[in-house]
Design a protein around this ligand. Structure first.
Ligand SMILES: Nc1ncnc2c1ncn2[C@@H]1O[C@H](COP(=O)(O)OP(=O)(O)OP(=O)(O)O)[C@@H](O)[C@H]1O
Ligand code: NI
Length: 308
């Protein structure tokens, strides 16, 4: 950034995603979720730098692949994207129908009289109403723009679908419908990375959950363990769950640190009830969690279970 300042938007993110699997990426606003997803598609802003590698099914490294490769063979075909701000990604001067038609022609080869029913089918997958297909993006509510973007992203049946907050602006019933449709995407061995603030949606859809905090994945675990027993091991991940209205409804005190000014050690220490001197060192990510106290927590929780 200006003045030589750097923002560590994503650091040491390591994960895999198997065919047929859904991974939910959660964490509070600004922790780097969208940057992580954008990096996989070569859609980072021009001032961004990456290192490391991202491999999809033996293809080229997505982080170093050229714009031509990404545009011709990756985006839409190998990796679908439901963008976080659909209104900004839809082409403003063309109707939803025109955009769905173009995507269908490009990705499925459908032609002639088959196009019209194919457009309706594609719209229907994302619960986009037929009678709004001839509208322009600016004529849509936020929720409808979201559904149009989801319909477009599903068309290619790409082996990997990235869905960045795909349920923003939808009511609960539509959230569940959308989430179930996205889950169906994983049938037949396709993978789904869903980014969401909505832990109920994550619980409904995910096989595994990755929790990000201040640019790092701090916990990565099975959804059953995360939402059920024994629960998350990282204090931040536990705090996220406890903040839910249907649980403790207790917000995590304090604010996340500035990504341009991160502490040396654990970035959550300043807000963490368990923090001690050890936390001045960056905890390694080991066995699914980055916390110096995770293993003592496991023991304590096991003891509590035994008592109960
Ligand atoms: N190219 C850039 N230059 C400067 N800062 C950037 C750049 N890209 C991302 N950031 C910063 O990195 C941080 C992470 O952003 P990101 O959009 O990934 O968060 P997020 O987890 O998706 O949040 P939200 O839940 O609000 O969508 C933000 O603070 C953002 O301002
Ligand atoms: Ni985001």
């Amino acid at each position: 950034m200006r003045g030589g300042r750097h923002v560590a938007a994503v650091t040491d993110a390591t994960f895999d995603l198997a065919a047929g699997e859904c991974l939910a990426l959660v964490g509070e606003s600004g922790c780097g979720k969208s940057v992580l997803a954008s990096a996989l598609l070569g859609l980072l802003p021009a001032n961004a730098e990456t290192s490391g590698a991202a491999l999809l099914d033996g293809g080229p490294d997505l982080l170093t692949a050229g714009e031509r490769t990404l545009a011709r063979t990756v985006r839409g075909r190998r990796i679908g994207l439901v963008p976080q701000s659909p209104a900004a990604h839809l082409t403003p001067v063309r109707t939803v129908r025109a955009q769905v038609e173009e995507t269908l022609r490009e990705l499925t080869g459908v032609r002639g009289p088959a196009v019209r029913p194919a457009v309706q089918a594609a719209a229907g997958r994302a619960a986009f109403p037929d009678d709004h297909l001839d509208r322009y993006p600016h004529e849509l509510s936020g929720g409808l723009a979201q559904r149009a973007a989801t319909a477009l992203a599903l068309i290619g049946d790409a082996p990997l679908l990235l869905a960045d907050e795909p349920t923003t602006g939808l009511d609960r019933e539509l959230v569940e419908r959308t989430v179930d449709e996205l889950r169906r995407h994983t049938d037949g061995g396709r993978a789904l990375l869903i980014i969401t603030h909505d832990l109920a949606a994550a619980e409904r859809i995910a096989d595994r959950v990755a929790v990000m905090y201040a640019g790092r994945i701090v916990e990565l675990t099975g959804a059953d363990r995360f939402f059920g027993r024994p629960g998350p091991r990282h204090p931040y991940a536990r705090g996220l769950l406890e903040a839910l209205p249907e649980r403790e409804f207790a917000p995590i005190p304090g604010m996340p640190p500035e990504l341009g000014d991160l502490p040396q050690g654990c970035a959550f220490a300043a807000r963490c009830p368990r923090a001690d001197a050890q936390c001045g060192l960056q905890p390694p990510f080991e066995r699914g969690v980055a916390c110096h106290h995770a293993s003592s927590d496991d023991i304590r929780r096991a003891e509590e279970h035994a008592d109960a």
